[in-house]
Design a protein around this ligand. Structure first.
Ligand SMILES: [Zn+2]
Length: 238
């Protein structure tokens, strides 16, 4: 009897957590992992875990100087603390998406917390932006069943990435970020960087690598686009 119960619980856990997670990562329709390549090489730059009062303004300065638009996946509780940074993102032509309310891992939340992470996070962000939210990216790219159902119900598109710089890890370093991105960026790439969180010293590496990364691709003739542009009339997201 006990044995059966333990097995049933394990099976349930697999359905709710890793089963759903791998389904979303690998097979679920409507999940953005990269954009279509199109006739001209394009990439979409995204930043997770902000807004952060030390890092985000410097990222925005770089993007402004190089005339690049990007997408910021915001932690709802941090956006609430720094609404002026969110307003600056919009004023400078960037897009924002949701990166949950408090950046907790999907495997550590049950039904109520999972729903709240999406619903309340979205509420805080839309209260600042005054526009409907379209994009959701789960922390570590991990989604559970409750979160997936909430995201679907709210009509949000789940966005993962195709090029991860691992810039939240201090050991990656400036050169490591650039090397990883050169290896992984292909036409239509969705690149993930961080403007908050991460290990001590990591944001400085990101800030140092960013202008060099952008200039390299601009000189190679690439266009930096937002998710809305990646999902435009000419090329629809798969
Ligand atoms: Zn994150």
């Amino acid at each position: 009897m006990m044995n059966f119960l333990v097995r049933a619980l394990i099976a349930l856990w697999i359905v709710i957590y890793p089963g759903c997670d791998y389904f979303v990562r690998l097979w679920a329709r409507g999940v953005v992992r990269r954009g279509p390549s199109g006739p001209e090489p394009r990439l979409c730059l995204t930043f997770d875990d902000g807004p952060n009062p030390e890092v985000t303004p410097r990222v925005l300065d770089t993007l402004k100087e190089l005339r690049i638009r990007a997408v910021f996946f915001l932690v709802g509780a941090k956006a609430r603390q720094h609404p002026e940074l969110v307003r600056r993102m919009l004023a400078e032509g960037h897009e924002v998406g949701l990166h949950t309310l408090e950046h907790r891992h999907a495997y550590w939340m049950f039904r109520r917390q999972s729903r709240r992470a999406v619903e309340e996070g979205a509420r805080w962000i839309t209260a600042i932006t005054g526009r409907p939210l379209r994009w959701f990216r789960p922390p570590w790219g991990a989604c559970n069943l409750f979160q997936w159902l909430t995201v679907r119900r709210m009509g949000l598109r789940l966005v993962l990435w195709s090029a991860n710089a691992q810039d939240w890890r201090a050991a990656t370093g400036r050169a490591g970020i650039l090397r990883r991105l050169r290896q992984r960026v292909k036409p239509g790439a969705v690149v993930v960087l961080h403007d908050g969180g991460g290990e001590a010293g990591a944001p400085l590496n990101t800030l140092q690598a960013l202008p060099e990364f952008i200039r390299y691709y601009l000189e190679e003739g690439w266009r930096f686009v937002t998710l809305e542009e990646l999902d435009g009339k000419r090329y629809q997201l798969q």
